[in-house]
Design a protein around this ligand. Structure first.
Ligand code: CMC
Length: 393
C-alpha cells in the first residue's frame, strides 16, 4: 500500500474538476460561476442563482421565464405522499422527514430514474426537485406544528411561496413582507453552493454510481444534518440557549472551547476552508442587524451571541487558529428572529444548498472523465488470523 497517500478528511485531495464555485479561503472570496457572492446577493434572486449554478450562465429573459414557469408547474406533490407525513410522530425531526420524502419522490417518477437520461429528462428532474423540495420542507413543518398543509399560489415568487406555505394559518392569510422575503432570498443564495463540502461530496459519491438524483439528494440531506456541517445552525442556537439557561456567562464556554482536554467546541466558529472572515458571514451579519432592528427583537440570546463574537475576534486562541464566526453563526440567529423553529434550521440550509447539489451532480455526469467514486484506504488491522470456534473464545 506504499503508493496510497493518507489524507484524513480529504483536506488535500482534489476529487474532481469543477467550474461551479471558486473559493479563496485565505482572502475570504466566494464566487459562483465567477460572479462574486456579494453582487449576487445584491442584484439577483435565488431562482436566478440556481439557474446560474446549474446551467453555467445567467439566464436570458426567456430562459428565466421558462425556468420559473417549470418550477411553478411542478409545485404539487402526489396526494398519496400527504399520508406519509401524518405517519410520522409529531416530534419527528424535519430533516429525517425531508430526506425520506425526497427519496420517496422517486417512486412517483419512475420515468426519471434512468441512469442515462436525455437532456430534457434531466431538466425535468431538476425543475421537479427544485420545486417539490420546498413543498416537502413546508409540509414537514406544518406536520410538526399540527397545522393543515398550504399550497403554492401562482402570483407569488419562489421565496414568497415558501413563506406562504410555512406561515399561512387558517383564518389568517399570509402577508408578504419585502424585507423578510429579501433576507430569505439572500440566505438561500449564500447557501446555494460551497464546492466539495461534505454533503456535496456525498451527492457526487452517490451519484457516481449512477443512482438517480432523488437518491443522491436524499443522501446529501443526511450528510448535511450533522452538527459539524449544516446542523451547526441548529447547534449554535442550542449552545446560546444553554449558555442563557446557565446564567449567560459565556466566558466559561470560551474557556471550555480552548481547553485541549475538553472536546467542547464553540458552534458557529471556524471553517475548513476559510482562514479569514467567512464572506457569507460578513453579508449575513449586516442583514442580521437589519432584521432584528426591523422586527424590534430584544432577545437575551443575541446579547450572548454578540459577546461571543467579540471575544472570539480578539482572543489569541481564536486569532492564531483563524477561527472566525461562520455562516451558521448568523443564519441561526436570523431564522430564530423569523420565528422558524430551531429544528427547521438545517432544512432551510438544505433548501438553499439544493441547486449546488444539483449543479455538481449534473457537472459530474457530463464529465467525460467521470468514474465511480472509490477511495482507497491504508489497512492497519491484522493480516491473517485463524477462525476460533465460539466455544473456545
Ligand atoms: N471551537 C474551538 N476550537 C476550534 C473550533 C471551535 N469551533 N474549530 C476549530 N477549533 C480548533 C481545533 O481544536 C484545532 O485546534 P488545535 O490546532 O489546537 O488542535 C484547530 O482549531 C483546527 O481545527 P480543525 O478541527 O482541524 O478544523 P477542521 O477544518 O477540521 O474543522 C470545522 C472545521 C468547521 C468542522 C470546525 O471549525 C468546527 O467544528 N466548528 C464548529 C462547528 C461549525 O460551526 N460548523 C459549521 C461549518 S460552516 C458551514 C458548513 O460547512 O456546513
Amino acid at each position: 500500500t506504499g503508493y496510497i497517500t493518507l489524507d484524513p478528511g480529504y483536506g488535500n485531495t482534489g476529487s474532481c474538476l469543477s467550474a461551479i464555485t471558486f473559493i479563496d479561503g485565505e482572502q475570504g472570496i466566494l464566487r459562483y460561476r465567477g460572479i462574486d457572492i456579494a453582487e449576487l446577493c445584491e442584484k439577483s434572486t435565488f431562482v436566478e442563482v440556481s439557474y446560474l449554478l446549474i446551467y453555467g450562465q445567467l439566464p436570458t429573459v426567456e430562459q428565466y421565464a421558462r425556468f420559473k414557469e417549470k418550477i411553478h408547474h411542478h409545485s404539487l406533490i402526489h396526494e398519496d405522499m400527504k399520508s406519509f407525513f401524518t405517519s410520522y410522530p409529531g416530534h419527528a425531526h424535519p430533516m429525517a422527514i425531508l430526506s425520506s420524502m425526497v427519496c420517496s419522490l422517486s417512486v412517483y417518477h419512475p420515468e426519471l430514474l434512468k441512469p442515462d437520461q436525455t437532456i430534457d429528462e434531466r431538466d425535468e428532474t431538476i425543475s421537479r426537485l427544485l420545486s417539490k423540495v420546498r413543498v416537502l420542507a413546508a409540509f414537514a413543518y406544518k406536520r410538526s406544528v399540527g397545522e393543515a398543509f398550504v399550497y403554492t399560489r401562482p402570483e407569488l415568487d419562489y421565496i414568497s411561496n415558501f413563506l406562504h406555505m410555512m406561515f399561512t394559518r387558517p383564518m389568517r392569510g399570509y402577508v408578504p413582507d419585502e424585507l423578510i422575503r429579501k433576507v430569505l432570498d439572500v440566505l438561500f443564495i449564500l447557501h446555494a453552493d460551497h464546492e466539495q463540502n461534505c454533503s456535496t461530496s456525498t451527492v457526487r459519491m452517490v451519484g457516481s454510481s449512477k443512482a438517480n438524483l432523488f437518491a443522491a439528494i436524499s443522501a446529501g440531506i443526511c450528510a448535511l444534518w450533522g452538527p459539524l456541517h449544516g446542523g451547526a445552525n441548529q447547534a449554535v442556537i442550542e449552545m446560546l440557549e444553554e449558555i442563557h439557561r446557565a446564567g449567560g456567562c459565556y466566558k466559561k464556554y470560551i474557556e471550555r472551547a480552548k481547553d485541549k482536554n475538553d472536546p467542547y467546541r464553540l458552534m458557529g466558529f471556524g471553517h475548513r476552508v476559510y482562514k479569514s472572515y467567512d464572506p457569507r458571514a460578513q453579508i449575513l451579519k449586516k442583514y442580521c442587524d437589519e432584521v432584528l432592528n426591523y422586527l424590534g427583537i430584544d432577545d437575551p440570546i443575541l446579547e450572548i451571541a454578540k459577546g461571543l463574537e467579540e471575544v472570539a475576534l480578539t482572543d489569541p486562541y481564536f486569532i492564531e487558529r483563524k477561527l472566525y464566526p461562520n455562516v451558521d453563526f448568523y443564519s441561526g440567529i436570523i431564522y430564530r428572529a423569523l420565528k422558524i423553529p430551531t429544528n427547521m434550521f438545517t432544512v432551510m440550509f438544505a433548501l438553499g444548498r439544493l441547486p449546488g447539489w444539483i449543479a455538481h451532480w449534473k457537472e459530474m455526469l457530463e464529465d467525460p472523465g467521470m468514474r465511480i467514486a472509490r477511495p482507497r484506504q491504508i489497512y492497519i488491522g491484522e493480516r491473517q488470523r485463524p477462525y476460533v470456534p465460539i466455544a473456545q473464545r
